[in-house]
Structures are given as structure tokens and as C-alpha cells.
Design a protein around this ligand. Structure first.
Ligand SMILES: [Zn+2]
Ligand SMILES: [Zn+2]
Length: 95
């Protein structure tokens, strides 16, 4: 079976599928490992993070709908969100 690279989007250094999800059954993608590696984490079985509603601005960059910012710390604070997901996964005994 030929491997087809899933279509992904890059938002503030993290990778998501076209539905703004890190783990998506529709696209059959799991981007947790990529994003974990980017932030220097060992991949573990944690909940996938999701990108809040975003729009593409005239420069072709993604910006959050809520604040209209391309580097929004609140909406695009991936490291914080990943850390939180990792902590929850560890607490739940997942590895
Ligand atoms: Zn998807
Ligand atoms: Zn925002």
C-alpha cells in the first residue's frame, strides 16, 4: 500500500491536520509524535491537542479567530497545552 502523506497545516510551529486536530480519525493522522519531538518531549500516549478556530490572513498565515493574532499565546500556546496533556496522561498511568 502506497503511503500518502496526509495534508497538514503548520500553526505557530505545531502541526495539525486540515481540521485543526492533532489526532484525527477522518484524516487518519496522529501528529503527536511530531509535535512532541519539536518541543523536545518523548512521545507518550496523551490526548491530542486541538487548534482553536482559526482563519488564514491575507499573508497566508493562520491567525486565531478570537484575538486575530498569528502568534497568539493563549490560543497557540502549544507547549503549555502539550505539557498539560502529558501530565494528565501520566496521572492516568499511560505511557
Ligand atoms: Zn482531520
Ligand atoms: Zn487567540
Amino acid at each position: 500500500m502506497a503511503e500518502v502523506a496526509p495534508q497538514t497545516i503548520d500553526i505557530n510551529d505545531a502541526i495539525f491536520c486540515v481540521h485543526y486536530k492533532e489526532v484525527c480519525s477522518d484524516c487518519d493522522v496522529d501528529l503527536r509524535e511530531e509535535n512532541d519531538a519539536f518541543y523536545g518531549f518523548d512521545p507518550i500516549d496523551r490526548e491530542g491537542i486541538e487548534c482553536p478556530a482559526s482563519i488564514v490572513n491575507k499573508d497566508g498565515a493562520y491567525q486565531c479567530k478570537k484575538h486575530g493574532s498569528t502568534g497568539c499565546n493563549q490560543c497557540y500556546g502549544w507547549k503549555k497545552q502539550i505539557t498539560r496533556a502529558r501530565t494528565a496522561a501520566k496521572k492516568a498511568g499511560r505511557k
